[in-house]
Design a protein around this ligand. Structure first.
Ligand code: SAH
Length: 269
């Protein structure tokens, strides 16, 4: 195979998105950003060969890892298994029930250098379980981090921005270059922090409706909302919501989308 690579005796698997962190400078910066402490209950998704795991385990009172690749499990056991505050779950994080891990007052802190191909569905899977989550730190493709954190009127702003920011405070912490990994990915990466809101400021009744409206608006990004949202809101009704029907999706703030949802919800009461 042209692009196969052995890292610390392990054949890196492309289909599992295996790009292992190898640069100590970035490993330290990530661990410093997470700032693990004795009282924290941390869950690491995709520990791989343990580049971050080692440092988290030094400081956190409880660390659980969720790893899909069976070949990596014995290595993680050998290296960390004798720590009584360490637990391995061999599982697909996309199907994993994180709520079952919470066994005290402490909410979970989730971290991971994620396979880029599963990052968006995984974030939505975790957002469904946000009531047990204190915060999340992910290494993602930089472009995805920019989309998560984008404000209205930028080209990165879209469905991912609106939905992530409805549920969370989203901040880009820093960029990580391809050379920090082995094998090196083709794109730049960045660390994002997602902090679920303890209370959503202006909640809708049905977040699925919000998701549908936002998806429809951005699927036809270049069209006016009068067109893209015509299944829900008639042209003259936009005035009642306080939004011009000739706007395009990328000019609407999260609050505008929430107000559109409130309007639709009230109509069906
Ligand atoms: N955290 C390590 C490894 C990053 S590579 C480091 O920074 O060096 C991504 C890791 O996620 C790999 O260990 C891969 O096997 C694992 N992985 C891939 N898909 C997964 C899934 N669906 N659920 C859990 N882990 C997964």
């Amino acid at each position: 195979m042209a692009n196969s690579k052995i890292v610390q005796g392990h054949q890196a698997r492309k289909r599992f998105g295996q790009n292992f962190l190898s640069d100590n400078h970035y490993i330290s910066r990530i661990v410093d950003a997470i700032a693990p402490q004795e009282q924290h209950h941390i869950v690491e998704i995709g520990p791989g060969l343990g580049a971050i795991t080692e440092h988290l385990l030094d400081k956190a009172g409880k660390l659980e890892v969720v790893e899909l690749d069976r070949d990596l499990i014995p290595r993680l056991e050998d290296r960390f298994g004798n720590n009584d505050h360490f637990t391995i779950h061999q599982s697909d994080a996309l199907k994993f029930d994180f709520t079952q891990l919470k066994n005290s007052e402490q909410k979970l802190r989730i971290v991971g250098n994620l396979p880029y191909n599963i990052s968006t569905p995984l974030i939505f899977h975790l957002l469904e379980q946000r009531h047990v989550i204190h915060d999340m730190y992910f290494m993602l493709q930089k472009e995805v981090v920019e989309r998560l954190c984008a404000s209205a009127n930028t080209k990165q702003y879209g469905r991912l921005s609106v939905m992530a920011q409805y549920f969370c405070q989203a901040d880009m912490l820093f960029v990580v270059p391809p050379g920090a990994f082995s094998p090196a990915p083709k794109v730049e990466s960045a660390i994002v922090r997602l902090m679920p809101h303890t209370k959503i400021q202006n909640p809708v009744n049905d977040a699925d409706l919000l998701a549908k409206v936002v998806t429809a608006a951005f699927n036809q990004r270049r069209k006016t909302i009068r067109n893209s949202l015509k299944d829900w809101v008639a042209q003259e009704q936009f005035e009642q919501i306080g939004i011009s029907s000739t706007e395009r999706a990328e000019r609407l703030t999260l609050n505008d989308f929430i107000n559109i949802c409130h309007f639709i919800e009230n109509q069906h009461d």
